[in-house]
Design a binder for this molecule. Structure first.
Ligand code: GLU
Length: 369
């Protein structure tokens, strides 16, 4: 079986370090296992699109030496690779879910929904919707649709088939066996919005299936959606892929990484002249851990490693689920080591851009000499 992984950013801004690490781990997995790495642009939330994001993401990946096999500009057998160009597919899957009763149309207006949510919260209920529209008759639904009433499509989480308690816990390659997390999900999450664009949940499940993805490697922030995704696969009679969620990256003070606390965008590292190999090495080690199964991977190796070495040593199942501190001191250290390797290579007459770069720097610093 061919291993297929994907990096699936939303074009809502610049590529940041967390995104680059996710892309890198996907890339290392693909290259290590002789698989295919796909770039998929998840642009279904039309309100959050930021022009230029896709170019910025692709530029960041190229700078880091991460090339994708299928995706925008490059094509591939399962394209198009922009979700906004795949709407027919999501509509076909929605139709299937509606026909089997696993989804239903909801005509509640935003103001009704807000009032319902507030009422449920006052009653200290965990529910976020009272499922009014689940009880509409087929005739009522048909009449409303015919009259062009705006509506969304919701997943019927409590459908008799999906509500059966699972025999085995859901397993994540990094986080291990998970407790049942259904309680923290919204009631009957929306799958198709009133603008006829799918939500992330439906689009990612459909595409991961259609693109034959074998391993979904993504940020920890999606772990809580995993039970919903597994239910969606079951409702569509599809085999789910393997999942690996990557722990959050933290600032040295243990806080969540944010722009206010330092450079988080890849473009900052490009502009400041860090060696891409050092940044890649630094991110690769952020989450690198040991497991009994690890194939001789040392815990947090501190020597510099090239991309080829990272590929050889990478093991997705040996990653830690502990949140990881990104220490800028380590980057400085790795940068020196990678620079030294490049200088050594140039001294040995091997091809290297370091001499041209040094020459340009000298000319700029001493223009009159
Ligand atoms: N579009 C999601 C994001 O940008 C990707 C989540 C996933 O990889 O499934 O966070």
């Amino acid at each position: 079986m061919t291993v297929r992984v994907r990096f699936a950013p939303s074009p809502t801004g610049s590529l940041h370090l967390g995104g680059l690490r996710t892309a890198l781990y996907n890339y290392l997995t693909a290259r290590r296992l002789g698989g295919i790495f796909t770039l998929r642009i998840e642009d279904t939330d039309r309100t959050r699109l930021v022009p230029g994001s896709v170019e910025n993401i692709i530029k960041g990946l190229r700078w880091a030496g991460i090339d994708f096999d299928h995706g925008p500009e490059r094509g591939g057998p399962f394209g198009p690779y922009y979700q906004s160009e795949r709407l027919d597919l999501y509509h076909a899957y929605t139709k299937k879910l509606l026909e089997t009763g696993r989804a239903y149309r909801c005509f509640c207006s935003p103001s009704t929904l807000t009032a319902t949510r507030e009422r449920l919260a006052r009653m200290r209920s965990n529910a976020t919707y009272d499922r009014t529209c689940l009880h509409l008759t087929d005739e009522e639904v048909a009449r409303k649709v015919k009259a062009g009433e705006k509506h969304v499509v919701r997943f019927n989480v409590c459908h008799s088939d999906t509500a059966v308690p699972r025999k085995d816990p859901i397993k994540d390659l990094v986080f291990g066996a998970l407790q049942d997390g259904h309680g923290s999900l919204p009631t009957d999450p929306i799958l198709l919005k009133s603008d006829l664009f799918p939500t992330y949940h439906l689009a990612s499940v459909v595409d991961d299936h259609e693109m034959k993805i074998t391993h979904v490697i993504r940020g920890e922030e999606w772990l809580q959606s995993l039970p919903l995704h597994i239910d969606l696969y079951a409702s569509l009679d599809l085999e789910p892929p393997n999942f690996a969620h990557l722990p959050l990256l933290l600032n040295p003070d243990g806080s969540k990484m944010s722009k206010r606390k330092g450079d988080v965008q890849v473009s900052d590292y490009i502009a400041k002249g860090w060696e891409p190999e050092a940044v890649v090495n630094w991110l690769a080690l952020a989450g690198w851990g040991t497991s009994p199964k690890s194939s001789g991977i040392p815990d947090q190796p501190d020597g510099a490693m090239s991309m080829d070495e990272l590929i050889q040593k990478f093991d997705i199942e040996a990653l830690t689920h502990r949140r990881t501190i990104l220490d800028p001191g380590k980057l400085t250290n790795l940068n020196k080591q990678h620079l030294a390797t490049k200088i050594q290579a140039a001294t040995n007459g091997e091809p290297s851009d370091i001499l041209t770069r040094a020459e340009n720097l000298l000319r700029k610093t001493y223009p009159d000499r």
